[in-house]
Design a protein around this ligand. Sequence first.
Ligand code: SAH
Ligand code: MG
Length: 248
Amino acid sequence: MIVDERIVTFINSLDTKNSEILETIESEALAASVPIIRREMQSFLKTLLMIKKPMRILEVGTAVGFSALLMSECAPEGCRITTIENYDKRIPIARENFRRAGREEQITLIEGDAAEVMKTLEGPYDFIFMDAAKGQYIHYLPEALRLLPEGGVLVSDNVMQDGDVIESRFAVERRNRTIHARMREYLYELKHNDALVTSIIPLGDGVAVSVKRDSGPTDSVAADVNLAECGAAEEIKRQEGTENGKTS
Ligand code: SAH
Ligand code: MG
């Protein structure tokens, strides 16, 4: 756990229940040791969806469909969700869970390796939830960027890898070193890619929230035009006036 356990317990103690079907699927998943998003991540995801109100969501990593169902409950009406899973034991359970929840029309499950499936998708998806193999995120990123429209949101889960990511590669178990290097590379890319604005948040197992920038004009003349267009130039003049003792 990367956050003080008492803080997490306190935050989660304030949480209200999910719908009955989500509570049931969550306990079934936990009993079967199927990974699902944690309580604090659930409420963060719900909040992000209420802000963004996406109409098309892409999820990478379905497991048994818990997070897809959670998202379907707080996305706007008419929102469609596509979710990708390659583990054949989980796919029928996910399909059954979508049916139990009456969401099989809204959620499309695509079977296969995410790297391959993503290449075949057309998009755009205005919200992408990345929650599959952590060592693969860096390979999914070019496709995610292609599929995101301007203003689109990319949420990447488990980016702190139980705290491993901050350790030196020599402090990490040998078998985890490739994934460690790739996650660091991924986080660096999220923060340095000109197309994205990213915040890395120590919530749950670490979550990165990225927004795709508008690819508007960037030279200074164009920037002036932009300022004028959004009324900022007027506002600056007005404020300068106020500073000189005038009011408006
Ligand atoms: N989002 C789910 C949990 C996903 S767990 C929830 O919160 O309910 C991660 C899932 O990603 C696992 O079920 C795993 O089988 C799947 N996965 C891992 N690598 C994958 C790949 N390359 N392609 C598709 N799915 C993958
Ligand atoms: Mg996760």
